[in-house]
Design a protein around this ligand. Structure first.
Ligand code: ACO
Length: 436
Protein backbone atom coordinates (compact mmCIF):
# COMPACT_ATOMS: atom_id res chain seq x y z
CA UNK A 1 0.00 0.00 0.00
CA UNK A 2 1.18 3.51 -0.70
CA UNK A 3 0.32 6.91 0.76
CA UNK A 4 -2.31 8.68 -1.33
CA UNK A 5 -1.83 12.31 -2.39
CA UNK A 6 -4.62 13.49 -0.14
CA UNK A 7 -5.19 13.08 3.57
CA UNK A 8 -8.38 13.00 5.64
CA UNK A 9 -9.15 15.59 8.26
CA UNK A 10 -11.55 14.81 11.06
CA UNK A 11 -13.09 17.80 12.76
CA UNK A 12 -15.42 17.98 15.76
CA UNK A 13 -18.34 20.29 16.42
CA UNK A 14 -17.39 20.70 20.11
CA UNK A 15 -14.28 22.72 19.39
CA UNK A 16 -11.75 19.90 19.93
CA UNK A 17 -8.73 20.13 17.65
CA UNK A 18 -9.16 18.45 14.29
CA UNK A 19 -6.89 15.54 13.37
CA UNK A 20 -5.23 14.63 10.10
CA UNK A 21 -5.36 11.01 9.10
CA UNK A 22 -3.19 9.40 6.41
CA UNK A 23 -4.93 7.88 3.39
CA UNK A 24 -3.49 4.82 1.62
CA UNK A 25 -4.17 3.46 -1.86
CA UNK A 26 -4.09 -0.16 -2.89
CA UNK A 27 -3.57 -1.33 -6.47
CA UNK A 28 -7.32 -1.17 -7.21
CA UNK A 29 -10.41 -0.52 -5.12
CA UNK A 30 -11.30 2.11 -2.54
CA UNK A 31 -8.59 3.98 -0.61
CA UNK A 32 -8.45 3.54 3.15
CA UNK A 33 -8.20 6.10 5.94
CA UNK A 34 -5.62 4.98 8.47
CA UNK A 35 -7.24 5.39 11.90
CA UNK A 36 -4.67 3.39 13.87
CA UNK A 37 -3.55 6.46 15.83
CA UNK A 38 -7.06 7.90 16.24
CA UNK A 39 -7.54 6.67 19.81
CA UNK A 40 -4.15 7.96 20.90
CA UNK A 41 -4.91 11.34 19.29
CA UNK A 42 -8.56 11.79 20.29
CA UNK A 43 -9.46 9.18 22.94
CA UNK A 44 -12.20 8.00 20.57
CA UNK A 45 -12.83 4.73 18.78
CA UNK A 46 -14.58 4.29 15.45
CA UNK A 47 -17.84 2.33 15.43
CA UNK A 48 -18.52 -0.11 12.60
CA UNK A 49 -20.43 -3.26 13.59
CA UNK A 50 -20.48 -5.72 10.72
CA UNK A 51 -17.38 -4.02 9.22
CA UNK A 52 -19.47 -2.12 6.68
CA UNK A 53 -16.73 0.47 6.07
CA UNK A 54 -13.69 -1.15 7.62
CA UNK A 55 -10.71 -2.76 5.88
CA UNK A 56 -9.35 -5.09 8.55
CA UNK A 57 -6.10 -5.88 6.72
CA UNK A 58 -4.15 -5.40 3.51
CA UNK A 59 -4.26 -8.36 1.18
CA UNK A 60 -2.95 -9.24 -2.30
CA UNK A 61 -4.99 -12.40 -2.80
CA UNK A 62 -8.59 -11.78 -3.87
CA UNK A 63 -10.30 -8.67 -5.16
CA UNK A 64 -14.04 -8.12 -5.44
CA UNK A 65 -15.77 -5.20 -7.11
CA UNK A 66 -19.30 -5.61 -5.82
CA UNK A 67 -20.80 -2.95 -8.08
CA UNK A 68 -19.25 -4.37 -11.25
CA UNK A 69 -19.84 -7.97 -10.17
CA UNK A 70 -16.14 -8.76 -10.56
CA UNK A 71 -14.10 -11.38 -8.72
CA UNK A 72 -10.33 -11.72 -9.25
CA UNK A 73 -8.00 -14.29 -7.68
CA UNK A 74 -4.49 -12.78 -7.77
CA UNK A 75 -5.69 -10.55 -10.64
CA UNK A 76 -7.23 -13.31 -12.77
CA UNK A 77 -11.00 -13.04 -13.45
CA UNK A 78 -12.99 -15.92 -12.01
CA UNK A 79 -14.58 -16.53 -15.43
CA UNK A 80 -11.15 -17.25 -16.98
CA UNK A 81 -10.03 -19.41 -14.07
CA UNK A 82 -13.27 -21.42 -14.08
CA UNK A 83 -13.00 -22.12 -17.80
CA UNK A 84 -9.23 -22.56 -18.26
CA UNK A 85 -7.86 -23.84 -14.97
CA UNK A 86 -8.66 -26.63 -12.53
CA UNK A 87 -8.74 -26.56 -8.76
CA UNK A 88 -5.11 -27.62 -8.30
CA UNK A 89 -3.93 -24.71 -10.45
CA UNK A 90 -6.26 -22.41 -8.50
CA UNK A 91 -4.83 -23.64 -5.20
CA UNK A 92 -1.29 -23.01 -6.44
CA UNK A 93 -2.34 -19.54 -7.56
CA UNK A 94 -3.93 -18.63 -4.24
CA UNK A 95 -1.09 -20.01 -2.13
CA UNK A 96 1.93 -18.84 -4.11
CA UNK A 97 0.59 -15.96 -6.22
CA UNK A 98 1.18 -17.45 -9.70
CA UNK A 99 -0.38 -20.00 -12.03
CA UNK A 100 1.96 -22.98 -12.34
CA UNK A 101 3.40 -24.23 -15.63
CA UNK A 102 2.82 -27.91 -16.50
CA UNK A 103 5.80 -29.14 -14.45
CA UNK A 104 4.90 -26.91 -11.50
CA UNK A 105 1.32 -28.14 -11.59
CA UNK A 106 2.42 -31.78 -11.69
CA UNK A 107 4.79 -31.25 -8.74
CA UNK A 108 2.14 -29.41 -6.68
CA UNK A 109 -0.53 -32.01 -7.46
CA UNK A 110 1.86 -34.81 -6.48
CA UNK A 111 2.64 -33.04 -3.23
CA UNK A 112 -1.06 -32.68 -2.36
CA UNK A 113 -1.81 -36.23 -3.47
CA UNK A 114 0.84 -37.64 -1.15
CA UNK A 115 -1.00 -36.20 1.84
CA UNK A 116 -4.55 -37.39 1.10
CA UNK A 117 -4.63 -40.12 3.76
CA UNK A 118 -5.46 -39.23 7.34
CA UNK A 119 -4.01 -40.87 10.41
CA UNK A 120 -5.81 -44.17 10.96
CA UNK A 121 -6.73 -43.02 14.49
CA UNK A 122 -8.98 -40.32 12.97
CA UNK A 123 -11.67 -42.89 12.30
CA UNK A 124 -11.85 -43.83 15.98
CA UNK A 125 -12.20 -40.17 16.84
CA UNK A 126 -15.00 -39.93 14.25
CA UNK A 127 -16.76 -42.91 15.77
CA UNK A 128 -17.39 -40.88 18.92
CA UNK A 129 -20.03 -38.91 17.03
CA UNK A 130 -23.68 -39.90 16.71
CA UNK A 131 -24.45 -41.23 13.22
CA UNK A 132 -27.00 -38.44 12.72
CA UNK A 133 -24.59 -35.66 13.73
CA UNK A 134 -24.53 -32.70 11.35
CA UNK A 135 -21.46 -33.04 9.08
CA UNK A 136 -20.37 -29.50 9.96
CA UNK A 137 -20.33 -30.42 13.66
CA UNK A 138 -18.16 -33.38 12.72
CA UNK A 139 -15.93 -31.29 10.44
CA UNK A 140 -15.35 -28.64 13.11
CA UNK A 141 -14.21 -31.42 15.43
CA UNK A 142 -12.12 -33.35 12.92
CA UNK A 143 -10.30 -30.34 11.50
CA UNK A 144 -9.49 -29.06 14.98
CA UNK A 145 -8.33 -32.57 15.90
CA UNK A 146 -5.77 -32.59 13.07
CA UNK A 147 -3.52 -30.50 15.31
CA UNK A 148 -3.40 -33.45 17.71
CA UNK A 149 -2.11 -35.70 14.91
CA UNK A 150 0.42 -33.55 13.05
CA UNK A 151 2.66 -32.07 15.71
CA UNK A 152 5.36 -31.30 13.18
CA UNK A 153 3.32 -28.56 11.49
CA UNK A 154 1.64 -26.65 14.29
CA UNK A 155 4.04 -23.72 14.76
CA UNK A 156 2.33 -20.88 12.93
CA UNK A 157 5.51 -18.78 13.10
CA UNK A 158 7.55 -21.36 11.21
CA UNK A 159 7.20 -20.91 7.42
CA UNK A 160 7.97 -24.58 6.78
CA UNK A 161 5.29 -25.68 9.25
CA UNK A 162 2.79 -23.34 7.60
CA UNK A 163 3.65 -24.77 4.17
CA UNK A 164 3.20 -28.40 5.29
CA UNK A 165 -0.01 -27.55 7.17
CA UNK A 166 -1.39 -25.85 4.03
CA UNK A 167 -0.74 -28.90 1.86
CA UNK A 168 -2.05 -31.27 4.51
CA UNK A 169 -5.26 -29.32 4.98
CA UNK A 170 -5.98 -29.07 1.23
CA UNK A 171 -5.19 -32.78 0.79
CA UNK A 172 -7.09 -34.11 3.79
CA UNK A 173 -10.31 -32.08 3.68
CA UNK A 174 -11.91 -34.27 0.94
CA UNK A 175 -10.95 -37.38 2.90
CA UNK A 176 -12.55 -36.00 6.08
CA UNK A 177 -15.75 -34.81 4.35
CA UNK A 178 -16.15 -38.20 2.64
CA UNK A 179 -15.50 -40.00 5.94
CA UNK A 180 -18.18 -37.90 7.65
CA UNK A 181 -20.60 -38.93 4.88
CA UNK A 182 -19.72 -42.62 4.89
CA UNK A 183 -20.06 -42.66 8.67
CA UNK A 184 -23.56 -41.13 8.46
CA UNK A 185 -24.77 -43.87 6.12
CA UNK A 186 -22.93 -46.72 7.83
CA UNK A 187 -20.71 -47.61 4.86
CA UNK A 188 -17.01 -48.45 5.10
CA UNK A 189 -14.58 -45.56 4.65
CA UNK A 190 -12.91 -45.58 1.24
CA UNK A 191 -9.20 -44.81 1.19
CA UNK A 192 -8.07 -42.10 -1.25
CA UNK A 193 -7.06 -43.25 -4.73
CA UNK A 194 -4.14 -41.12 -5.78
CA UNK A 195 -4.31 -41.87 -9.50
CA UNK A 196 -7.57 -39.87 -9.65
CA UNK A 197 -7.91 -36.09 -9.90
CA UNK A 198 -8.66 -34.08 -6.74
CA UNK A 199 -12.40 -33.94 -7.58
CA UNK A 200 -12.42 -37.50 -8.96
CA UNK A 201 -10.82 -38.84 -5.81
CA UNK A 202 -13.42 -37.07 -3.69
CA UNK A 203 -16.23 -38.62 -5.76
CA UNK A 204 -14.57 -42.01 -5.34
CA UNK A 205 -14.28 -41.64 -1.54
CA UNK A 206 -17.91 -40.48 -1.39
CA UNK A 207 -19.65 -42.93 -3.69
CA UNK A 208 -17.47 -46.02 -4.21
CA UNK A 209 -17.84 -49.11 -2.03
CA UNK A 210 -15.37 -51.97 -1.66
CA UNK A 211 -17.90 -54.27 -3.41
CA UNK A 212 -17.67 -53.03 -6.97
CA UNK A 213 -15.59 -50.78 -9.22
CA UNK A 214 -16.57 -47.11 -9.32
CA UNK A 215 -16.11 -45.11 -12.51
CA UNK A 216 -15.92 -41.33 -12.16
CA UNK A 217 -18.36 -39.52 -14.47
CA UNK A 218 -16.29 -36.78 -16.19
CA UNK A 219 -19.21 -34.30 -16.32
CA UNK A 220 -19.73 -34.62 -12.57
CA UNK A 221 -15.98 -34.47 -11.95
CA UNK A 222 -15.75 -31.21 -13.93
CA UNK A 223 -18.80 -29.76 -12.19
CA UNK A 224 -17.38 -30.53 -8.76
CA UNK A 225 -14.01 -29.11 -9.72
CA UNK A 226 -15.79 -25.91 -10.78
CA UNK A 227 -17.65 -25.74 -7.48
CA UNK A 228 -14.24 -25.96 -5.77
CA UNK A 229 -12.72 -23.23 -7.98
CA UNK A 230 -15.67 -20.86 -7.46
CA UNK A 231 -15.62 -21.29 -3.69
CA UNK A 232 -11.84 -21.26 -3.21
CA UNK A 233 -11.56 -17.75 -1.81
CA UNK A 234 -13.66 -14.67 -1.34
CA UNK A 235 -11.69 -11.85 0.22
CA UNK A 236 -12.35 -10.92 3.89
CA UNK A 237 -15.72 -12.68 4.37
CA UNK A 238 -16.94 -13.81 7.79
CA UNK A 239 -15.17 -17.19 7.90
CA UNK A 240 -11.90 -15.83 6.46
CA UNK A 241 -11.92 -12.98 8.96
CA UNK A 242 -12.60 -15.58 11.66
CA UNK A 243 -9.57 -17.61 10.53
CA UNK A 244 -7.42 -14.46 10.54
CA UNK A 245 -8.66 -13.36 13.97
CA UNK A 246 -8.25 -16.84 15.43
CA UNK A 247 -4.79 -17.24 13.86
CA UNK A 248 -3.73 -13.79 15.06
CA UNK A 249 -3.35 -15.16 18.59
CA UNK A 250 -0.62 -17.49 17.27
CA UNK A 251 -2.76 -20.62 17.50
CA UNK A 252 -1.90 -23.49 15.17
CA UNK A 253 -3.21 -23.53 11.56
CA UNK A 254 -5.52 -26.52 12.08
CA UNK A 255 -7.25 -24.78 15.01
CA UNK A 256 -7.61 -21.55 13.00
CA UNK A 257 -9.14 -23.39 10.04
CA UNK A 258 -11.51 -25.25 12.39
CA UNK A 259 -12.74 -21.82 13.54
CA UNK A 260 -13.37 -20.95 9.88
CA UNK A 261 -15.37 -24.16 9.42
CA UNK A 262 -17.52 -23.27 12.45
CA UNK A 263 -18.21 -19.77 11.10
CA UNK A 264 -18.99 -21.01 7.61
CA UNK A 265 -21.72 -23.26 9.00
CA UNK A 266 -24.14 -20.34 9.58
CA UNK A 267 -27.08 -19.90 7.18
CA UNK A 268 -26.14 -16.28 6.39
CA UNK A 269 -22.78 -17.56 5.07
CA UNK A 270 -21.84 -21.05 3.85
CA UNK A 271 -24.96 -22.66 5.24
CA UNK A 272 -27.00 -20.77 2.63
CA UNK A 273 -26.80 -23.55 0.03
CA UNK A 274 -28.28 -26.03 2.50
CA UNK A 275 -30.87 -23.46 3.60
CA UNK A 276 -31.69 -22.73 -0.06
CA UNK A 277 -32.32 -26.38 -0.89
CA UNK A 278 -34.38 -26.83 2.29
CA UNK A 279 -36.43 -23.78 1.25
CA UNK A 280 -37.02 -25.24 -2.23
CA UNK A 281 -38.08 -28.56 -0.72
CA UNK A 282 -40.51 -26.79 1.62
CA UNK A 283 -42.10 -24.82 -1.23
CA UNK A 284 -42.28 -28.04 -3.24
CA UNK A 285 -44.07 -29.75 -0.35
CA UNK A 286 -46.51 -26.79 -0.16
CA UNK A 287 -47.49 -27.32 -3.82
CA UNK A 288 -44.45 -26.28 -5.88
CA UNK A 289 -44.46 -23.65 -8.63
CA UNK A 290 -48.11 -22.72 -7.97
CA UNK A 291 -47.12 -21.56 -4.45
CA UNK A 292 -44.23 -19.34 -5.53
CA UNK A 293 -46.34 -16.16 -5.41
CA UNK A 294 -47.55 -16.93 -1.89
CA UNK A 295 -43.99 -17.66 -0.75
CA UNK A 296 -42.70 -14.43 -2.28
CA UNK A 297 -45.34 -12.48 -0.37
CA UNK A 298 -43.98 -13.97 2.84
CA UNK A 299 -40.43 -13.02 1.85
CA UNK A 300 -41.51 -9.44 1.25
CA UNK A 301 -43.37 -9.26 4.55
CA UNK A 302 -40.81 -7.95 7.04
CA UNK A 303 -42.67 -9.52 9.97
CA UNK A 304 -42.54 -13.04 8.57
CA UNK A 305 -38.78 -13.44 9.09
CA UNK A 306 -38.67 -15.42 5.81
CA UNK A 307 -35.77 -14.72 3.44
CA UNK A 308 -35.23 -15.88 -0.09
CA UNK A 309 -32.17 -18.02 0.57
CA UNK A 310 -29.49 -17.92 -2.11
CA UNK A 311 -30.35 -14.28 -2.83
CA UNK A 312 -28.50 -11.18 -1.76
CA UNK A 313 -24.89 -10.58 -0.87
CA UNK A 314 -23.07 -8.16 1.38
CA UNK A 315 -20.66 -7.14 -1.36
CA UNK A 316 -22.22 -7.98 -4.74
CA UNK A 317 -24.88 -5.40 -5.45
CA UNK A 318 -25.08 -6.03 -9.21
CA UNK A 319 -24.70 -9.78 -9.68
CA UNK A 320 -22.55 -12.55 -8.25
CA UNK A 321 -20.20 -13.59 -11.10
CA UNK A 322 -19.92 -17.05 -9.54
CA UNK A 323 -23.69 -17.50 -9.83
CA UNK A 324 -23.52 -17.14 -13.64
CA UNK A 325 -20.80 -19.79 -13.89
CA UNK A 326 -22.64 -22.05 -11.46
CA UNK A 327 -25.83 -21.68 -13.49
CA UNK A 328 -23.92 -22.90 -16.59
CA UNK A 329 -22.64 -25.91 -14.66
CA UNK A 330 -26.12 -26.53 -13.31
CA UNK A 331 -27.55 -26.75 -16.85
CA UNK A 332 -24.69 -29.01 -17.98
CA UNK A 333 -25.06 -31.43 -15.06
CA UNK A 334 -28.86 -31.63 -15.21
CA UNK A 335 -28.69 -32.29 -18.95
CA UNK A 336 -25.96 -34.95 -18.61
CA UNK A 337 -27.94 -36.71 -15.91
CA UNK A 338 -31.28 -36.35 -17.74
CA UNK A 339 -32.71 -34.19 -14.95
CA UNK A 340 -33.74 -31.11 -17.00
CA UNK A 341 -37.29 -31.55 -15.80
CA UNK A 342 -36.31 -31.86 -12.18
CA UNK A 343 -39.15 -30.14 -10.26
CA UNK A 344 -36.84 -28.38 -7.80
CA UNK A 345 -34.82 -26.90 -10.66
CA UNK A 346 -38.03 -25.68 -12.31
CA UNK A 347 -39.10 -24.21 -8.99
CA UNK A 348 -35.75 -22.45 -8.57
CA UNK A 349 -36.10 -20.97 -12.07
CA UNK A 350 -39.60 -19.71 -11.26
CA UNK A 351 -38.40 -18.07 -8.03
CA UNK A 352 -35.44 -16.51 -9.79
CA UNK A 353 -37.62 -15.11 -12.59
CA UNK A 354 -40.02 -13.43 -10.17
CA UNK A 355 -37.25 -12.13 -7.96
CA UNK A 356 -35.34 -10.60 -10.88
CA UNK A 357 -38.46 -8.69 -11.96
CA UNK A 358 -39.96 -7.82 -8.58
CA UNK A 359 -39.39 -4.29 -7.32
CA UNK A 360 -38.66 -5.51 -3.76
CA UNK A 361 -35.56 -7.36 -4.99
CA UNK A 362 -34.61 -4.97 -7.80
CA UNK A 363 -34.69 -1.89 -5.55
CA UNK A 364 -32.57 -3.65 -2.91
CA UNK A 365 -30.13 -4.96 -5.52
CA UNK A 366 -30.75 -8.56 -4.51
CA UNK A 367 -29.49 -11.08 -7.08
CA UNK A 368 -28.95 -14.83 -6.93
CA UNK A 369 -25.66 -15.71 -5.25
CA UNK A 370 -23.50 -18.75 -6.01
CA UNK A 371 -25.37 -20.84 -3.46
CA UNK A 372 -28.65 -20.55 -5.31
CA UNK A 373 -27.34 -22.92 -8.00
CA UNK A 374 -24.61 -24.85 -6.21
CA UNK A 375 -27.19 -26.64 -4.04
CA UNK A 376 -29.10 -27.82 -7.11
CA UNK A 377 -25.90 -29.09 -8.73
CA UNK A 378 -24.80 -30.90 -5.61
CA UNK A 379 -28.18 -32.49 -5.13
CA UNK A 380 -28.12 -33.72 -8.76
CA UNK A 381 -24.65 -35.20 -8.18
CA UNK A 382 -26.06 -37.17 -5.25
CA UNK A 383 -24.53 -35.19 -2.42
CA UNK A 384 -26.91 -35.06 0.54
CA UNK A 385 -28.16 -31.59 1.47
CA UNK A 386 -26.59 -31.72 4.93
CA UNK A 387 -23.15 -32.12 3.36
CA UNK A 388 -23.34 -29.04 1.12
CA UNK A 389 -21.61 -26.72 3.56
CA UNK A 390 -18.95 -29.37 4.15
CA UNK A 391 -18.15 -29.25 0.41
CA UNK A 392 -17.94 -25.48 0.66
CA UNK A 393 -15.53 -25.79 3.61
CA UNK A 394 -13.41 -28.24 1.63
CA UNK A 395 -13.14 -25.76 -1.25
CA UNK A 396 -12.60 -22.68 0.94
CA UNK A 397 -9.78 -24.29 2.94
CA UNK A 398 -7.17 -23.14 0.42
CA UNK A 399 -8.44 -19.55 0.66
CA UNK A 400 -8.43 -19.64 4.45
CA UNK A 401 -4.91 -21.00 4.64
CA UNK A 402 -3.59 -18.61 1.96
CA UNK A 403 -5.08 -15.67 3.89
CA UNK A 404 -3.78 -16.97 7.21
CA UNK A 405 -0.26 -17.38 5.82
CA UNK A 406 -0.42 -13.94 4.23
CA UNK A 407 -1.38 -12.43 7.59
CA UNK A 408 1.45 -14.15 9.48
CA UNK A 409 3.93 -12.93 6.86
CA UNK A 410 2.65 -9.32 7.10
CA UNK A 411 5.03 -7.20 9.24
CA UNK A 412 2.05 -5.07 10.31
CA UNK A 413 0.14 -8.03 11.73
CA UNK A 414 -0.97 -7.81 15.35
CA UNK A 415 -3.33 -9.86 17.45
CA UNK A 416 -6.87 -8.85 16.44
CA UNK A 417 -8.49 -6.99 19.32
CA UNK A 418 -11.60 -4.94 18.48
CA UNK A 419 -12.83 -2.36 20.98
CA UNK A 420 -16.41 -1.49 21.91
CA UNK A 421 -18.90 1.21 22.73
CA UNK A 422 -19.91 0.23 26.27
CA UNK A 423 -23.62 0.63 27.03
CA UNK A 424 -23.93 -1.47 30.21
CA UNK A 425 -24.13 -0.55 33.88
CA UNK A 426 -21.64 1.91 35.30
CA UNK A 427 -19.54 0.96 38.33
CA UNK A 428 -21.74 -0.25 41.21
CA UNK A 429 -21.27 -2.19 44.43
CA UNK A 430 -22.28 -5.80 45.05
CA UNK A 431 -25.06 -6.03 47.63
CA UNK A 432 -25.03 -8.97 50.03
CA UNK A 433 -27.24 -11.80 48.68
CA UNK A 434 -29.84 -11.53 51.46
CA UNK A 435 -30.33 -7.80 50.80
CA UNK A 436 -30.77 -7.89 46.99
N1 ACO B 1 -34.51 -12.20 1.04
C1 ACO B 1 -35.30 -11.15 1.33
N2 ACO B 1 -34.86 -9.93 1.68
C2 ACO B 1 -33.52 -9.76 1.72
C3 ACO B 1 -32.63 -10.81 1.42
C4 ACO B 1 -33.16 -12.07 1.06
N3 ACO B 1 -32.35 -13.09 0.77
N4 ACO B 1 -31.37 -10.36 1.56
C5 ACO B 1 -31.47 -9.08 1.94
N5 ACO B 1 -32.77 -8.70 2.03
C6 ACO B 1 -33.30 -7.36 2.33
C7 ACO B 1 -33.14 -7.02 3.81
O1 ACO B 1 -34.28 -7.41 4.54
C8 ACO B 1 -32.96 -5.53 3.75
O2 ACO B 1 -34.21 -4.93 3.52
P1 ACO B 1 -34.55 -3.47 4.16
O3 ACO B 1 -33.56 -2.54 3.55
O4 ACO B 1 -35.96 -3.21 3.75
O5 ACO B 1 -34.40 -3.63 5.65
C9 ACO B 1 -32.15 -5.30 2.47
O6 ACO B 1 -32.48 -6.42 1.63
C10 ACO B 1 -30.66 -5.26 2.70
O7 ACO B 1 -30.27 -6.46 3.35
P2 ACO B 1 -29.17 -6.57 4.48
O8 ACO B 1 -29.56 -7.68 5.39
O9 ACO B 1 -28.88 -5.23 5.06
O10 ACO B 1 -27.94 -6.99 3.62
P3 ACO B 1 -26.62 -7.61 4.19
O11 ACO B 1 -25.56 -7.16 3.25
O12 ACO B 1 -26.42 -7.29 5.62
O13 ACO B 1 -26.89 -9.18 4.08
C11 ACO B 1 -26.93 -11.43 3.34
C12 ACO B 1 -26.37 -10.01 3.11
C13 ACO B 1 -26.65 -11.88 4.78
C14 ACO B 1 -26.18 -12.37 2.39
C15 ACO B 1 -28.44 -11.43 3.05
O14 ACO B 1 -28.68 -10.98 1.74
C16 ACO B 1 -29.07 -12.80 3.26
O15 ACO B 1 -29.37 -13.16 4.39
N6 ACO B 1 -29.27 -13.59 2.16
C17 ACO B 1 -29.82 -14.92 2.28
C18 ACO B 1 -28.73 -15.87 2.76
C19 ACO B 1 -27.73 -16.19 1.69
O16 ACO B 1 -28.08 -16.52 0.56
N7 ACO B 1 -26.43 -16.12 2.07
C20 ACO B 1 -25.34 -16.50 1.14
C21 ACO B 1 -24.33 -15.40 1.06
S1 ACO B 1 -23.18 -15.85 -0.19
C22 ACO B 1 -22.09 -16.87 0.54
O17 ACO B 1 -21.87 -16.94 1.73
C23 ACO B 1 -21.38 -17.77 -0.41
Amino acid sequence: MKLADNKATMSFSNGSASVDLPVYSGSIGPDVIDIRKLYAQTGMFTYDPGFLSTAACQSAITYIDGDKGELLYRGYPIEQLATNCDFMETCHLLLYGNLPDAAGKAAFTKNVTQHTMVNEQMQFFLRGFRRDAHPMAIMTGLVGALSAFYHDSTDINNAEHREIAAIRLIAKMPTLVAMAYKYSIGQPFMYPKNELSYAGNFLHMMFATPCEPYVVNPVIERALDRIFVLHADHEQNASTSTVRLCGSSGTNPFAAIAAGVACLWGPAHGGANEACLTMLEEIQAMGGVSKVGEFMNQVKDKNSGVKLMGFGHRVYKNYDPRAKLMQETCNEVLEALGLENDPLFKLAKALEKIALEDDYFVSRKLYPNVDFYSGIVQRAIGIPVKLFTGIFALARTVGWIAQLNEMIGDPEYKIGRPRQLFTGAERRNVVEIGKR
